[in-house]
Design a protein around this ligand. Sequence first.
Ligand code: IPE
Ligand code: IPE
Ligand code: MG
Length: 253
Amino acid sequence: MSQTPGLRDRASAAGVDLARLPRHIAVIMDGNGRWAQGHGFQRLQGHYEGYRTLKEVLLGASDLGIEYLTVYGFSVENWRRPEDEVGGLWKLIEQAARTELRGLVENNVRARVAGRIDEVPEPTRGALLELIDSTRGNTGIVFTLAINYGGRAEIVDAVRRLIHEGTPAEDVTEEAIAARLYCPDIPEPDLMVRTAGEMRWSNFLLWQAAYCELYVTEATWPQFGEDELIRAVLAYQRRDRKFGMTLEQTKAV
Ligand code: IPE
Ligand code: IPE
Ligand code: MG
Protein backbone atom coordinates (compact mmCIF):
# COMPACT_ATOMS: atom_id res chain seq x y z
CA MET A 1 0.00 0.00 0.00
CA SER A 2 1.37 3.38 -0.89
CA GLN A 3 2.00 5.76 1.95
CA THR A 4 1.71 9.54 1.84
CA PRO A 5 5.16 10.89 2.62
CA GLY A 6 5.33 13.05 5.73
CA LEU A 7 5.63 16.78 5.38
CA ARG A 8 9.32 16.77 6.30
CA ASP A 9 10.01 14.28 3.50
CA ARG A 10 7.97 16.30 1.03
CA ALA A 11 9.68 19.54 2.06
CA SER A 12 13.08 17.91 1.79
CA ALA A 13 12.24 16.55 -1.68
CA ALA A 14 11.20 20.07 -2.70
CA GLY A 15 14.64 21.37 -1.71
CA VAL A 16 14.05 22.59 1.86
CA ASP A 17 17.10 22.31 4.12
CA LEU A 18 15.56 20.88 7.29
CA ALA A 19 18.56 22.01 9.33
CA ARG A 20 17.92 25.68 8.43
CA LEU A 21 14.22 26.09 9.05
CA PRO A 22 12.90 29.44 10.25
CA ARG A 23 12.42 29.05 13.96
CA HIS A 24 9.46 31.40 14.11
CA ILE A 25 6.97 32.06 11.30
CA ALA A 26 4.43 34.87 11.53
CA VAL A 27 1.44 35.04 9.19
CA ILE A 28 -0.85 37.86 8.10
CA MET A 29 -3.81 35.72 7.08
CA ASP A 30 -5.40 37.99 4.49
CA GLY A 31 -7.90 37.59 1.66
CA ASN A 32 -10.75 35.71 3.33
CA GLY A 33 -13.21 38.34 2.12
CA ARG A 34 -11.90 38.30 -1.45
CA TRP A 35 -11.98 34.51 -1.54
CA ALA A 36 -15.63 34.54 -0.39
CA GLN A 37 -16.54 37.27 -2.87
CA GLY A 38 -14.93 35.31 -5.68
CA HIS A 39 -17.13 32.33 -4.83
CA GLY A 40 -20.32 34.34 -4.38
CA PHE A 41 -20.35 33.73 -0.62
CA GLN A 42 -20.78 36.03 2.38
CA ARG A 43 -17.53 37.33 3.88
CA LEU A 44 -18.01 35.23 7.02
CA GLN A 45 -17.89 32.08 4.89
CA GLY A 46 -14.39 33.19 3.93
CA HIS A 47 -13.41 33.43 7.57
CA TYR A 48 -14.71 29.88 8.15
CA GLU A 49 -12.58 28.66 5.26
CA GLY A 50 -9.67 30.57 6.76
CA TYR A 51 -10.12 28.65 9.98
CA ARG A 52 -9.82 25.38 8.04
CA THR A 53 -6.59 26.64 6.46
CA LEU A 54 -5.22 27.66 9.84
CA LYS A 55 -5.73 24.13 11.19
CA GLU A 56 -3.84 22.67 8.25
CA VAL A 57 -1.01 25.18 8.44
CA LEU A 58 -0.61 24.87 12.21
CA LEU A 59 -0.34 21.09 12.07
CA GLY A 60 1.87 21.34 8.97
CA ALA A 61 4.23 23.78 10.66
CA SER A 62 4.35 21.49 13.68
CA ASP A 63 5.11 18.42 11.52
CA LEU A 64 7.78 20.35 9.68
CA GLY A 65 9.55 21.25 12.91
CA ILE A 66 8.74 24.96 13.18
CA GLU A 67 9.03 26.02 16.84
CA TYR A 68 6.79 29.10 16.82
CA LEU A 69 3.82 30.10 14.66
CA THR A 70 2.17 33.48 15.25
CA VAL A 71 -0.91 34.45 13.26
CA TYR A 72 -2.85 37.69 12.96
CA GLY A 73 -6.43 36.87 13.88
CA PHE A 74 -7.97 40.28 14.61
CA SER A 75 -6.32 43.68 14.54
CA VAL A 76 -7.23 46.64 16.72
CA GLU A 77 -8.30 48.29 13.43
CA ASN A 78 -10.64 45.41 12.53
CA TRP A 79 -13.23 46.84 14.97
CA ARG A 80 -13.99 49.31 12.16
CA ARG A 81 -15.62 46.55 10.10
CA PRO A 82 -19.43 46.11 9.91
CA GLU A 83 -20.89 45.00 13.22
CA ASP A 84 -22.15 41.65 11.92
CA GLU A 85 -18.69 40.73 10.57
CA VAL A 86 -17.01 41.67 13.86
CA GLY A 87 -19.59 39.70 15.85
CA GLY A 88 -19.26 36.73 13.49
CA LEU A 89 -15.48 36.74 13.87
CA TRP A 90 -15.68 36.66 17.67
CA LYS A 91 -18.19 33.81 17.49
CA LEU A 92 -15.98 31.88 15.07
CA ILE A 93 -12.91 32.33 17.26
CA GLU A 94 -14.82 31.19 20.33
CA GLN A 95 -16.18 28.11 18.55
CA ALA A 96 -12.76 27.28 17.13
CA ALA A 97 -11.09 27.59 20.53
CA ARG A 98 -13.62 25.21 22.07
CA THR A 99 -13.67 22.73 19.18
CA GLU A 100 -9.92 22.51 18.79
CA LEU A 101 -8.98 22.32 22.46
CA ARG A 102 -8.72 18.54 22.65
CA GLY A 103 -6.84 18.23 19.34
CA LEU A 104 -4.32 20.88 20.31
CA VAL A 105 -3.69 19.15 23.65
CA GLU A 106 -3.19 15.82 21.83
CA ASN A 107 -0.88 17.38 19.24
CA ASN A 108 1.30 18.92 21.96
CA VAL A 109 0.56 22.46 20.73
CA ARG A 110 1.01 25.26 23.24
CA ALA A 111 -1.50 28.04 22.60
CA ARG A 112 -0.84 31.68 23.48
CA VAL A 113 -2.45 35.02 22.72
CA ALA A 114 -0.98 38.45 22.05
CA GLY A 115 -3.00 41.64 22.13
CA ARG A 116 -5.29 43.71 24.32
CA ILE A 117 -7.00 40.61 25.66
CA ASP A 118 -8.95 42.45 28.35
CA GLU A 119 -10.98 44.12 25.59
CA VAL A 120 -11.84 40.84 23.82
CA PRO A 121 -15.56 40.27 24.43
CA GLU A 122 -16.86 37.35 26.43
CA PRO A 123 -17.40 34.47 25.85
CA THR A 124 -14.53 34.50 23.31
CA ARG A 125 -12.05 35.72 25.89
CA GLY A 126 -12.98 32.93 28.31
CA ALA A 127 -12.68 30.26 25.59
CA LEU A 128 -9.21 31.53 24.66
CA LEU A 129 -8.03 31.65 28.26
CA GLU A 130 -9.25 28.07 28.75
CA LEU A 131 -7.32 26.99 25.67
CA ILE A 132 -4.15 28.64 26.97
CA ASP A 133 -4.61 27.04 30.36
CA SER A 134 -5.26 23.55 28.97
CA THR A 135 -2.21 23.60 26.71
CA ARG A 136 0.18 25.29 29.16
CA GLY A 137 2.12 22.09 29.83
CA ASN A 138 2.60 21.21 26.14
CA THR A 139 6.13 21.20 24.78
CA GLY A 140 5.59 21.24 21.00
CA ILE A 141 5.00 24.18 18.65
CA VAL A 142 4.06 27.46 20.33
CA PHE A 143 1.01 28.82 18.54
CA THR A 144 0.26 32.47 19.22
CA LEU A 145 -2.99 34.05 18.12
CA ALA A 146 -2.65 37.81 17.79
CA ILE A 147 -6.07 39.02 18.76
CA ASN A 148 -7.23 42.60 19.27
CA TYR A 149 -3.59 43.16 18.39
CA GLY A 150 -1.83 46.25 17.09
CA GLY A 151 1.91 46.72 16.78
CA ARG A 152 1.69 50.34 17.88
CA ALA A 153 -0.66 49.47 20.74
CA GLU A 154 1.84 46.83 21.88
CA ILE A 155 4.67 49.37 22.00
CA VAL A 156 2.42 51.89 23.79
CA ASP A 157 1.48 49.22 26.36
CA ALA A 158 5.16 48.38 26.92
CA VAL A 159 6.07 52.05 27.42
CA ARG A 160 3.16 52.47 29.85
CA ARG A 161 4.50 49.58 31.88
CA LEU A 162 7.95 51.16 31.99
CA ILE A 163 6.43 54.40 33.25
CA HIS A 164 4.28 52.61 35.85
CA GLU A 165 7.41 50.87 37.09
CA GLY A 166 9.09 54.25 37.50
CA THR A 167 11.87 53.45 35.01
CA PRO A 168 14.41 56.30 34.71
CA ALA A 169 14.88 57.63 31.15
CA GLU A 170 18.41 56.26 30.83
CA ASP A 171 17.10 52.75 31.54
CA VAL A 172 14.64 52.90 28.63
CA THR A 173 16.56 50.67 26.25
CA GLU A 174 15.57 48.39 23.39
CA GLU A 175 15.96 45.44 25.75
CA ALA A 176 13.72 47.09 28.36
CA ILE A 177 10.96 47.67 25.80
CA ALA A 178 11.33 44.19 24.27
CA ALA A 179 11.02 42.66 27.74
CA ARG A 180 7.60 44.33 28.17
CA LEU A 181 5.97 43.28 24.91
CA TYR A 182 3.04 40.82 25.07
CA CYS A 183 5.16 37.66 24.65
CA PRO A 184 8.71 38.66 25.60
CA ASP A 185 9.89 35.04 25.82
CA ILE A 186 9.08 34.30 22.17
CA PRO A 187 11.96 34.94 19.74
CA GLU A 188 11.43 37.47 16.96
CA PRO A 189 9.94 36.06 13.75
CA ASP A 190 12.40 34.95 11.08
CA LEU A 191 9.81 34.82 8.32
CA MET A 192 6.64 36.85 7.85
CA VAL A 193 4.14 35.46 5.36
CA ARG A 194 1.34 37.59 3.95
CA THR A 195 -1.35 36.10 1.75
CA ALA A 196 -3.55 37.84 -0.86
CA GLY A 197 -0.82 39.97 -2.37
CA GLU A 198 -0.83 43.10 -0.24
CA MET A 199 2.65 44.57 0.35
CA ARG A 200 2.11 46.07 3.79
CA TRP A 201 2.44 45.28 7.50
CA SER A 202 -1.04 46.40 8.61
CA ASN A 203 0.33 47.10 12.09
CA PHE A 204 1.54 43.52 12.73
CA LEU A 205 4.56 42.87 14.99
CA LEU A 206 6.12 46.24 14.15
CA TRP A 207 8.81 45.96 16.79
CA GLN A 208 9.63 42.27 16.31
CA ALA A 209 9.63 42.39 12.50
CA ALA A 210 12.65 44.70 12.29
CA TYR A 211 14.80 42.01 10.65
CA CYS A 212 12.39 39.28 9.60
CA GLU A 213 12.14 38.21 5.98
CA LEU A 214 8.90 39.09 4.22
CA TYR A 215 7.20 36.67 1.83
CA VAL A 216 4.04 37.72 0.01
CA THR A 217 1.94 35.31 -2.02
CA GLU A 218 -1.00 36.09 -4.29
CA ALA A 219 -2.92 33.11 -2.86
CA THR A 220 -5.70 34.14 -0.51
CA TRP A 221 -5.61 32.65 2.98
CA PRO A 222 -8.32 30.03 2.25
CA GLN A 223 -6.21 28.90 -0.75
CA PHE A 224 -3.02 28.62 1.31
CA GLY A 225 -1.87 25.18 2.48
CA GLU A 226 1.09 22.88 3.13
CA ASP A 227 2.53 23.31 -0.37
CA GLU A 228 2.40 27.09 -0.04
CA LEU A 229 4.09 26.78 3.35
CA ILE A 230 6.91 24.80 1.76
CA ARG A 231 7.25 27.46 -0.98
CA ALA A 232 7.50 30.20 1.66
CA VAL A 233 10.22 28.32 3.54
CA LEU A 234 12.12 27.73 0.28
CA ALA A 235 11.97 31.46 -0.51
CA TYR A 236 13.22 32.21 3.01
CA GLN A 237 16.17 29.88 2.60
CA ARG A 238 17.24 31.69 -0.57
CA ARG A 239 17.57 34.99 1.27
CA ASP A 240 20.78 36.45 2.72
CA ARG A 241 20.02 37.77 6.18
CA LYS A 242 22.63 40.41 6.89
CA PHE A 243 21.43 42.30 10.00
CA GLY A 244 23.23 45.42 8.86
CA MET A 245 26.54 43.67 8.14
CA THR A 246 28.22 42.93 4.81
CA LEU A 247 27.51 39.62 3.12
CA GLU A 248 31.12 38.51 3.75
CA GLN A 249 30.75 39.14 7.46
CA THR A 250 27.56 37.09 7.72
CA LYS A 251 29.19 34.19 5.87
CA ALA A 252 32.09 34.27 8.31
CA VAL A 253 29.82 33.90 11.38
C1 IPE B 1 -8.32 38.51 6.71
O1 IPE B 1 -9.16 38.47 5.60
C2 IPE B 1 -9.02 38.07 7.96
C3 IPE B 1 -9.25 39.14 8.96
C4 IPE B 1 -8.90 40.38 8.83
C5 IPE B 1 -9.91 38.71 10.17
P1 IPE B 1 -9.96 39.77 5.15
O2 IPE B 1 -11.33 39.71 5.76
O3 IPE B 1 -9.19 40.99 5.45
O4 IPE B 1 -10.06 39.55 3.59
P2 IPE B 1 -10.05 40.69 2.48
O5 IPE B 1 -8.80 41.47 2.64
O6 IPE B 1 -11.29 41.51 2.68
O7 IPE B 1 -10.08 39.92 1.19
C1 IPE C 1 -4.70 42.41 8.62
O1 IPE C 1 -5.52 42.33 7.54
C2 IPE C 1 -5.40 41.89 9.86
C3 IPE C 1 -5.56 40.44 9.93
C4 IPE C 1 -5.13 39.60 9.04
C5 IPE C 1 -6.24 39.95 11.10
P1 IPE C 1 -6.47 43.51 7.08
O2 IPE C 1 -7.25 43.01 5.93
O3 IPE C 1 -7.26 44.03 8.23
O4 IPE C 1 -5.44 44.65 6.63
P2 IPE C 1 -5.65 45.90 5.67
O5 IPE C 1 -6.84 46.64 6.18
O6 IPE C 1 -5.89 45.37 4.30
O7 IPE C 1 -4.38 46.66 5.75
MG1 MG D 1 -7.87 42.07 4.35
